[in-house]
Design a protein around this ligand. Structure first.
Ligand code: SF4
Length: 217
């Protein structure tokens, strides 16, 4: 097995093939329109949640490693998967004395489970498994607001969700079509809210539907 301390100088390169960023998978599961606005339209935006997220990631974004209580902690490790056409960065990867690897993802909020965060973490594990040819059974999300760690098991269902979602995400990007906005609770915390205008777009669609019905009768 390759020592994980020497890998940050490498980068993902699969010839001409363009890799998908790990974070776009998270965006896709949060909302396909969000992934399309970023991946097709190239839109980026900040709100208090992304700024807080950047602060939380500040330490983890500095490449390097340290050893504590027999565990090597590698920060900002570049990871990739040729099979999945995926690349990105792990905030922290722990390497334990028995050789096991545990990816850790930092999130700004309190301890709670989100499918998109778990899938992003699992995708990191799939990259690590391919890179090191070493099975990875679990990872963890560290929630900065509550300073608590939540263990995530990489079940067959979660692995299947990642693979299925990547196929759907590729299909969405290939289609070059941005799905219409549908207002939902997640919109309130979305950094693209001001650009996407989900309430206005949803209202507009409703008005168009009503107008169509009017002329059909
Ligand atoms: S504001 Fe809502 S509909 Fe628009 S991209 Fe964000 S989550 Fe999706």
């Amino acid at each position: 097995m390759t020592s994980i301390k020497h890998l940050n100088t490498q980068s993902a390169s699969f010839g001409e093939r363009e890799t998908l960023p790990l974070s776009l998978l998270n965006d896709f599961l949060y909302c396909p329109r969000r992934a399309a606005l970023k991946g097709i339209e190239g839109i980026r935006s900040e709100n208090k949640h992304t700024v807080l997220g950047d602060i939380v990631h500040e330490h983890a974004d500095l490449p390097g490693y340290e050893v504590a209580k027999g565990v090597t902690l590698l920060r900002a490790l570049l990871v990739w998967s040729e099979r999945l056409g995926l690349s990105g960065k792990c905030d922290v990867v722990e390497q334990h004395a028995d050789g096991s690897l545990v990816p850790i993802e930092y999130k700004k909020g309190k301890r709670r489970a989100f499918e998109n965060d778990d899938a992003q973490l699992c995708a990191q594990a799939l990259c690590l498994e391919e890179m090191f040819r070493w099975p990875i059974g679990r990872g963890a999300v560290f929630h900065a607001a509550s300073k608590r760690r939540r263990e995530v098991e990489f079940t067959p269902e979660l692995r299947a969700l990642v693979e299925r979602s990547l196929t759907e995400l590729r299909g969405l990007l290939d289609s070059q079509r941005v799905p219409p906005a549908i207002f939902k609770p997640a919109c309130e915390e979305c950094s693209l809210f001001e650009i996407c205008l989900p309430k206005a777009v949803s209202e507009d669609s409703r008005a168009q539907r009503l107008a169509r019905q009017l002329f059909q009768t």
